[in-house]
Design a protein around this ligand. Structure first.
Ligand code: SDX
Length: 376
């Protein structure tokens, strides 16, 4: 068994999709640095790159955009599932259930070939934002807002959520956040998707499993905990003292540390810039200011750096996104990475079935119940 467990350092697949240099804080999608893609590309173009392995030509991209925006509407059945769950299911419970239910009517549900899988991926990429926005509005007692084919992926989601067309700056910020969350090598939810795909189970099952993995606070759920931490620190209190006290109690500060990055997560570097910019334009700069104070304390005290979840919290908050939607937003971006890994697994598959080291009791004989004394 690996020294620390958790498959640390164990290579479980060969992939062309994404690579991470944890020592130098570099993230690459299909050969392109994520910083370049954040500056010059769009989430939709990153989806094409992730699903097809190349950036699109103009003709390819126009067809892709038309296909994507044409699939945003939910089936009546999935819309009913979202509406039924809105009042009592937590956001990631809703998303896990709605994605699962969306397979029933999928015309490609019985095929795992690459083109069928890409079509399913497109439909999930297009529909998950609609699921999340519909759910949020229903929970708030508001009518859902239909997808707008005239808007890009990021702007359309924000409009479906808020009812208002976002500013170009807000749409760009959110688009970059979606790019940054699209893929991340062999993280826990992606590995979950690959294990499910390796049994030759279907795309929807793999994505549903991945959503379940991402829900956990050691993975995608961290960004919500970061916002709760920011809100829990009383205004005027010393952030440094608050954080030191938590560290002294051996508490984990969510949004810090990473299994692979041993320096800044490059995504956090970019998100910090957006959070600062939004704070400068906001009446509540304290969310960024507190975040930076926490960062300085944790880096100084523990030598741990912010990961993608730390500054995404204040960035989403400044964009008016409610905290409970932070992880569903992570999922509706990462779905393209999960799907591409499912396609890659199906295209060159061997059942993923590791072994375990047995550390249980040695051989022993069966004792009839009458002869069993109280449990030792
Ligand atoms: C994501 O894998 C991915 O790529 C994931 C992700 C993606 O894009 O898919 O990048 C997204 O999940 C980011 C991580 C979000 N999670 C958090 O922010 C939760 C808080 N961070 C951790 O719990 C932790 O850092 C992990 C889970 C992210 C990684 O932990 P490891 O590699 O298993 O390291 P560890 O738990 O063994 O910790 C090593 C030491 C321990 O101290 P000691 O017991 O050795 O004294 O570092 C300490 C830990 O206590 N530590 C922390 C800490 N993270 C680790 N101490 C305080 N606060 C923290 N956040």
């Amino acid at each position: 068994m690996a020294d620390k467990g958790g498959l640390e350092g164990v290579v479980v697949a060969r992939s062309r999709l994404c690579s991470i240099d944890g020592q130098n804080g570099v993230l690459v999608y299909g050969g392109y640095d994520v910083g370049d893609l954040a500056e010059h590309s769009s989430y939709e173009e990153v989806c094409f790159l992730t699903l097809y392995g190349e950036l699109p030509t103009k003709e390819q991209f126009d067809a892709f955009l038309s296909d994507l925006s044409g699939h945003r509407a939910l089936s009546d059945e999935t819309a009913q599932v979202v509406d039924m769950l809105a009042s009592h299911a937590a956001p990631m419970e809703m998303l896990r259930t709605a994605v699962s239910s969306d397979s029933f009517d999928d015309p490609d549900k019985d095929s795992n070939d690459a083109e069928a899988n890409r079509r399913k991926a497109m439909r999930l990429i297009a529909k998950m934002p609609t699921m999340v926005a519909r759910y949020a509005r229903r929970r708030a007692g508001q009518e859902p807002i239909a997808p707008d084919p005239a808007l890009g992926h990021a702007a359309n989601f924000l409009q479906m959520l808020t009812g208002e067309r976002p500013s170009p700056a807000a749409a760009k910020t959110f688009d970059v956040a979606l790019i940054l969350h699209a893929d991340h090598e062999m993280n826990a939810s992606t590995f979950t998707a690959r294990v499910i795909a390796s049994t030759l189970s279907d795309m929807h099952s793999a994505i549903t499993g991945a959503i379940g993995a991402l829900k956990g606070p050691l993975h995608g759920g961290a960004n919500e905990q970061v916002m709760h931490l920011l809100e829990a620190i009383p205004e005027g209190a010393s952030v440094e003292d608050e954080i030191r006290a938590r560290l002294d109690r051996k508490e984990r500060i969510m949004g810090f540390g990473h299994r692979v990055y041993k320096t800044w997560d490059p995504r956090a570097v970019i998100l910090k810039r957006f959070s600062r910019r939004l704070a400068d334009e906001s009446a509540e700069p304290r969310w960024f200011e507190m975040s930076e104070a926490i960062e300085k304390t944790v880096v100084g005290e523990k030598g741990l750096y912010p990961n993608v979840d730390f500054y995404s919290a204040s960035t989403y908050h400044y964009l008016g996104v409610e905290t409970g939607l932070f992880t569903p937003i992570f999922a509706m971006s990462r779905v393209v990475g999960w799907a591409a890994h499912v396609i890659e697994q199906h295209s060159d598959n061997r059942l993923i079935r590791p072994s375990s080291e047995y550390v249980g009791p040695g051989p022993r004989s069966y004792e009839p119940i009458e002869r069993r004394s109280q449990a030792a």
